[in-house]
Design a protein around this ligand. Structure first.
Ligand code: AMP
Ligand code: MG
Length: 804
């Protein structure tokens, strides 16, 4: 057995060393039989004579504009710090497979006919696998080079450490034929051959990066002369051999080819990838080789690396939510409930209460006034009411009139209200007498919800309302400086409410807290879920909604059983101290930390449910009830899709990504909004054709990143763009920057979220990107495009130290 530290010799040296050993043995230890070998010192002298600056330039060039490292296990360092690194568990697992001879022959033949080396093919196919694992179309991994310069005489016969690990970059822009990916990789690698002596840390330093990759791939072609070894010395020879080594990369791929036998070996750090993961990854690599051999002209973006069962799992099994879409209508469902429980409490506020019968009658009368003044299907009624029982009556009345409601916060600045009204072009504005006086921008003929004496007492004119008619319009931040109105349908709302009633039922014993401002879509379920199911809505006054202790006191006082809070508010609430009836707490709108879910479940004695959903897909599209045995360490998953909704996690080429891999979250099904009001272009950008559904169906592209867990729960992994959440508010930093940049005294503007006090996130205008920020802030720039100097583009963390 031969044991050596790598610093003494590399793989190439091993057969040389064994050959010399055998020769010595044969000659009874007489060194003179060995041919003279140039000393290692010659190599060092050669190295010292190389032009460092030129090599650095070549590598800079190779890695120019690389947008970040390629890490398949970015958390590995963190995990390992906690473990007892070293020891048995740190030994990597190993998987070895011999490819079918047919496949090997066809890959070799294809490569040869195209003038490509097997090494380039192996590297490019590994690039494809990495692209999928990391969601990148420009990847880097480590490649081992022999480091034996041909111009150094005898280099091939020297024993020592010559190998070097250098970045291999593979560009995978979706439309490029796989053949061209291999070719351009081969050409670039050839250009770099003269610079293989530059060490990895020098390369990283020269491009100003840290770690560039955490995987390796190598096509091994040592001059291992097995036959010669077998009869090396008289009567002695090697019968078989093997090497044991340990990689420190998360994944290391090695391929060897001898004749028609191609062997691939994948070493994997078990902390990052278990044996089953490694098997799936190796199978994807083999599928990439097969795709190259079968159709080298095929664009890389169309190559599907998933096994059929992996594909079915993420596309179908995780989405087995199909229930026929309901075309029920919220108005009819409420009417039926009012007939069932006319005397039950429907609305509770600090000032008054309404029974179902009272709410039904009051909203009927108001609906009569609204229809008398032109409200009806496909018309909009802007609702600018303070938080009061009239608000609930008003929203219901608008729906009864057949129109859609568009909530407007009367406390917002006049310019904002005016802009929203201009965008909405509502048929009517519904407000209160006091608000109408205070806010002239609401127009001169609003309907006054609190002045029934001004109404004409007409019966509701009922126009048929269909499932695709607008139920409401909610505005969300728009990245170009202009908010966008999401047009939500009756079908969307009814499907959401049917799922909620089935998954999280409420009944006559329940009191549901309505705390969310009605300008947010999440307020919708706080109102409609109870009102369609015989429970009461407890409407918290606006001031109470903001103050922790008051809010909890309100919850206790009115006997709330079900409540919803964004996690940032939940974290600031004191646990109810007195008698409370709270049984279920829903968190949503932002990532829910596991520690918070655990504390609330324990201290409040409630069930904690994480809800996720963009306004564009009607309130919530996934849910997950947190349980103490859930293995997730930091953030509660957002869970599984709701009834009638399907979720896809896709890469940039709209291919489904496998379990555990990050992609963008896309949503399909009955809850999709119609689009953005009056913004056909923007709607087409975000609501795209659904390649997995029936013809004509659409997908909403969320901009959220997520990954599937093996049990089908979806993890939320942040945003792929500059949208942020601050205390549950959805904000496009671009909107803020654009508005600030509009000011005549401002040339350019950036908006960032700062967290100077941990847990306290604020939007901040800043003069220069992240000057005082401790962490890399999310930044959005706005400056007139024409005056934008080229060095003044969106900050890239990569080569820029300025923004860190
Ligand atoms: P909104 O349209 O205001 O409901 O905001 C939707 C966005 O909020 C989503 O696209 C996510 O970025 C974020 N979001 C909503 N719910 C959650 C959740 N449970 N966990 C993490 N992020 C969430
Ligand atoms: Mg939401």
């Amino acid at each position: 057995m031969l044991t050596a530290h790598h610093i003494l010799l590399d793989g190439w040296s091993v057969p040389l060393l064994s050959g010399e050993l055998f020769a010595l043995y044969d000659a009874d230890g007489d060194e003179s039989v060995l041919p003279p070998v140039p000393p290692y010192r010659d190599y060092l002298a050669w190295l010292a004579a190389q032009d460092q600056a030129e090599a650095i330039d070549a590598w800079r060039n190779c890695l120019a504009e690389l947008n970040g490292p390629t890490l398949v296990a970015p958390d590995l360092g963190a995990h390992r710090d906690g473990d007892s690194a070293g020891g048995e568990s740190a030994l990597p697992g190993m998987l070895v497979e011999t490819l079918p001879v047919d496949l090997t022959r066809s890959v070799v033949a294809r490569a040869r006919s195209l003038g490509l080396t097997m090494s380039s093919v192996v590297n490019a196919c590994w690039g494809l696998v990495l692209g999928q694992l990391t969601g990148r179309d420009d990847v880097v991994f480590g490649g081992t080079v022999s480091g034996r310069p041909p111009e150094l005489p005898g280099a091939e016969r020297m024993i020592g450490l010559f190998i070097n690990t250098q970045p291999v970059r593979v560009r995978l822009a979706g439309g490029t034929p796989v053949r061209e990916v291999v070719r351009s990789l081969q050409d670039r690698q050839a250009e770099l051959v003269p610079y293989q002596y530059l060490g990895l840390s020098e390369i990283q330093r020269s491009v100003g990066s840290g770690v560039l990759f955490d995987t390796m791939a190598v096509f091994e072609n040592y001059p291992l002369d097995a036959e010669n070894l077998e009869r090396a010395a008289a009567g002695l020879g090697a019968v078989s051999g093997g090497t044991v080594d340990a990689t420190h990369y998360a994944l290391s791929l090695a391929a060897t080819l001898r004749g028609d036998t191609c062997t691939v070996r994948l070493d994997h750090l078990n902390d990052a990838f278990g044996a089953a993961d490694a098997e799936r990854i190796l199978a994807r690599f083999v599928r990439a080789l097969a795709a190259f051999a079968a159709a080298p002209e095929r664009p890389v973006g169309t190559i599907d690396l998933l096994a059929p069962d992996e594909r079915a799992l993420v596309l179908t099994e995780f989405n087995s939510t199909d229930t026929a879409r309901t075309d029920a209508n919220v108005v009819e469902l409420f009417a039926a409930q009012a007939r069932r429980t006319p005397e039950a409490l429907a609305v509770i506020t600090d000032e008054r209460t309404l029974t179902y019968a009272e709410l039904d009658a009051a909203s009927d009368r108001l609906a009569g006034e609204l229809t008398g003044r032109g409200a009806g299907p496909e018309r909009l009624v802007a609702v600018a009411l303070p938080r009061s029982a009239d608000l609930v009556t008003g929203l219901l009345a608008v729906l009864k009139s057949g129109a859609g409601y568009a909530p407007i916060d009367p406390a917002q600045p006049a310019a904002r209200i005016a802009a929203l009204l201009a965008d909405l072009a509502p048929e009517l504005v519904l407000t209160s007498a006091a608000t109408a006086d205070a806010r002239p921008e609401l127009g001169d003929r609003p309907v006054l919800a609190d002045r029934p004496e001004t109404w004409r007492d007409e019966p509701v004119r009922r126009h048929p309302v269909g499932p695709d008619n607008v139920a409401y319009v909610i505005y969300t931040s728009g990245s170009t400086g202009r908010p966008k109105g999401v047009v939500v349908t009756h079908a969307g709302l009814a499907n959401q409410l049917r799922w909620l009633a089935a998954a999280h039922p409420v009944g006559p014993d329940d009191v549901v807290l309505a705390r969310t401002a009605v300008t947010f879509d999440a307020a919708g379920w706080e109102l409609w879920l109870p009102l369609l199911n015989g429970a009461a809505v407890a409407l918290a006054p606006a001031e109470v909604g903001r103050e922790g202790a008051d809010l909890v006191a309100f919850v206790e006082r009115v006997g709330v059983t079900v409540a919803q809070f964004p996690p940032s508010l939940l974290a600031a609430l004191p646990a109810p101290s007195g008698q409370h009836r709270l049984a279920r707490v829903f968190a949503g709108g932002e990532a829910l930390p596991v520690a918070l879910a655990r504390d609330v479940a324990r201290d409040w004695g409630v069930r904690v449910v994480n809800l996720y959903g963009p306004t564009e897909t009607t309130i919530q599209v996934t849910s997950m009830t947190w349980t103490p045995d859930d293995p997730e360490p930091r953030t509660v998953p957002i869970g599984r899709p709701v009834a009638g909704t399907r979720i896809y996690v896709l890469d940039a080429a709209l291919r489904p990504v496998p379990v555990g891999v990050s992609g963008e979250i896309y949503i399909a099904g009955a809850q999709l909004a119609r689009g953005y009001l009056g913004r056909a272009g923007l709607s087409a950008e975000r609501f795209v054709a659904n390649p997995f559904g029936p013809p004509g169906s659409r997908l909403y592209r969320t901009g959220d990143l997520g990954s599937w867990r093996r049990d089908g729960a979806l993890r939320f992994q942040g945003r792929g763009d500059d949208q942020v959440k601050v205390r549950g508010f959805r904000i496009e930093l671009g909107e803020v920057a654009a508005v600030v940049a509009d000011h005549p005294d401002v040339d350019r503007a950036a908006a960032v979220v700062r967290e100077d006090v941990p847990g306290l996130r604020r939007l901040s205008p800043t003069r220069w990107p992240g000057r005082a920020a401790r962490r890399r802030p999310r930044t959005s720039w706005s400056t007139p495009a024409a005056s934008r100097p080229s060095s003044w583009c969106r900050p890239r963390w990569w080569f820029s130290t300025r923004c860190r």
